[in-house]
Design a protein around this ligand. Sequence first.
Ligand code: ADP
Ligand code: MG
Length: 705
Amino acid sequence: MQDLLRTPIEFLKGVGPQRAALLRTELDVHTYDDLLQHFPFRYVDRTCFHTIKELQENMPQAQLRGTLGPLRAVGEKQRRRLTASFADATGTVELVWFKGVRWLQASLKPGQEYILFGKPSVFNGRFNFPHPELDLAASWEQGLGTALRPVYHTTEKLTAKGLGSRAIWNLQRTLLVQVEGLLQETLSNELVEWLSGMSREEAYRQVHAPQDQTKLDAAIRRLKFEELFFIQLLLLKQKQELQKRIRGNVFQQVGEHFNTFYKEHLPFELTGAQKRVVKEIRKDMVGGGQMNRLVQGDVGSGKTLVGLLSMLIALDNGFQSVLMAPTEILAQQHCATLSRFLENMPVAVRLLTGSTKAAERKSILKALRAGEVHIIVGTHALLEDRVVFHRLGLAVIDEQHRFGVAQRARLWAKSAVPPHVLVMTATPIPRTLAMTLYGDLDTSVIDELPPGRKPVRTEHRNDGSRNAVFGFLEKEIEKGRQVYVVYPLIEEGDPAKMQGMELKDLMDGFESITRRFPLPKYAVSMLHGRMDQVTKDYEMARFKNGETNILVATTVIEVGVDVPNASVMVIENAERFGLSQLHQLRGRVGRGADQSFCILMSGDKLGNDARSRIDTMVRTNDGFLIAEEDLRLRGPGDMMGTQQSGIPELHIADLITDVNLLQQARQVALRLLELDPALSDPKHAPIARTLQGIRAGRPLWGRIS
Ligand code: ADP
Ligand code: MG
C-alpha cells in the first residue's frame, strides 16, 4: 500500500504527462510522495475580510465578499484583456485579467457572490485588482475554503502551464483524499502523544490544508521533529553499532616514545585543554572499541600537538599512524612541524603527496609496508589502494570539512582492525550543525589558547587609506615582523575555477607592493595555486625562514600555515570572502607573542551581507561566535558541503531556527536507545520500521536526492 505513494505524479488527476514533465524538471517532484513533501513555504491568513470602503492604496492584499458584474473582453490580440466590476454594499472596484481570458470567460459566473483575494492598486482614481483570486462564496462556505491558505514555491514555467501556487494546492488536496489511510505512522504512540497527539497523516493534512493556526503549528512541529529525530536516531544507532561490533586496537601502554617526548622534547607546557583532550583520547584508545573522535579547537589552539601525542601513543603500542591534510602545503608543513618536534627521537616521519616523485614514492611505499615508517603525512594521495600499511593503528585527519565520509571509509579499509580515527577541525562548527554532521562522533573541544597570545586586532579599511596601510606595514617590517597580503583567487588544484581577471588582481597587487617595498631593502614572495610545486615550496620556505618580508598570496595559505613571526594579515577584497575563510586567514597571525593585526581591505560600496561579515570580524575573535553568524548568513546547506556528508537533506526543519527542537530530538533519540537499544519493544515498532527503511535507502521523505 505504500506503493501508491510511489505512483508517478503523471497519474494524479489534473496532472497528465505534460505537466508531470514540468513538475519533474522544475520542482523535482516525481511521485505522489514527492508532491506531499513539497511543503508550503508560507500561509496567507484568509480569516480577515474588508469592505470596499475600507480599502487603502498600500494594502499588500485584501479579501472582499461581493457580487461579480458582467465580463467585458476589450482590446485586440496582444492587448486583449478581460475586465469586470465587483461590488459590495459599500462600493465598487474594477477587476482586470491579461491572461487566460477565454478560460475565465467560460468559468466565471457574473451575478454570483464571490470571495475575492488579491492586491488592490489604484488606476484612474479607482481601486482595481489585477488577476484576483475568485472563489464562489457558496463553495467557499462548504469547506473548500480554509482560513490559512498555503503558498507553494512554483516557477514561471509552471505558472504558465496553469501550475501556480493555487493549482499546486488543488493537487495536494486531490492527493490527500487519495492517500487517506495510507500514510503510515512513523513514531510510537508515546511520542505522538507527546507531540500534541497528531498522527502523521493528520499532520500532512493540516500542513497542506490547515484548519486553524493551532493545528497548523502542531503539524509543522510534528513533521520537523520527525525529520530531525530520524537523523539523530540514524547517527546514534550507527555509533552504537560501531561500538558494539567493531573491536578496536587496544593501546595498552603509554611508553617510551610518548614519555621521552613529553619530558625531554616538548618545548612548552600543554594547556589545560590540551591535557584534557589527550586524556579523552587515551581513554578511547584503551577502551576496546574504535575511537571516532572529533577535536574542535579554534585556530592556533594547538591541535597538531594533540595529534602528535596521540600518534606517539600508537607508536608505543607498535602501530603506525597517518596524518592527512587537505592541501599539499599543509601536508608539507605538518611533516616539517612533526619532524622538527621529533628531531632527536627515533621516529620515522615521511611525506607522501600527489607530487611526490615516482622513485621516492616507491621507496616510501616499501618502507611503509615494511613498518619502517612510523608516521606518514600526506594528502588524498594516501587513500590510493597502493598505499599499504604494515600495521595502521591511528588516522589523524586535519581540517576534516574537506574530507567526505566516503574518504574516511577508504582509510578504514586499509587495516583489518579499523584504525582509531581522530578528526581535527579548525573551523568551529555551530553546535547544531556539529550534532548533525558529526552526530556519530564523540567530541572534544580545545577551548583554550596557549598562554601569552594577544588577541589579533582587526580593522576595516577601504582603498582610500592604502597609503596609510602601507606605512603601517613598513613600521611592522622595521620591527622585524612579516606580513601576509591575501587576494581572493584561484582555488588550488582546480584549474576550471581559475579566472584570468583575478590572477591579474594578484599580479597587479604583487607589482604595486614590490614597487612600494623594493629590493634590496625588502623581499617579497608570491604564492598561488597555479605555480608548480617546486616554486611553491621554495617561496613558502623563504617566507617561513624569514628571508622575505611580505608574502603576497591567494587563499592557498588559508588553512593551517604556521609562521609565528608573521604579525600582519592584509586581506584584499575582504568583501568577497566568507566568514569562516576570513577567520581562518586571520588565524595565520597572532601565533607568536607579539601584537598582531588583521586589516580587511574593501571597496566603499558593500552589500548588507558583506558588511555584516566584516563587522563580525572586527567585533570578535571568537571562532564559535563567528561560526554561528556564518550559519545564520549562509544557511546550513552551504556550509562545508552538507550534501556530501551523507546526511539526508532537510525538507521542513531548519538548523538555524529549529535549534531547540533539534536538541529535543537528539535527547529523545538518546533516551530511546538507552531504554530499548535494539528497538525491539513492540511499542517502538513504527520507529524501528522507519529507521530500517531509511537505512535500506528508503528515506523518510520520498526519493533519495
Ligand atoms: P591549530 O590548532 O590551529 O592547528 P597549531 O597546532 O598549528 O594550531 O598550533 C599553533 C601554534 O601554537 C604552533 O606554533 C604550536 O607549536 C604552538 N603551540 C601549541 N601548543 C602550545 C602550548 N601548549 N604552548 C605554547 N605554544 C603552543
Ligand atoms: Mg592546524
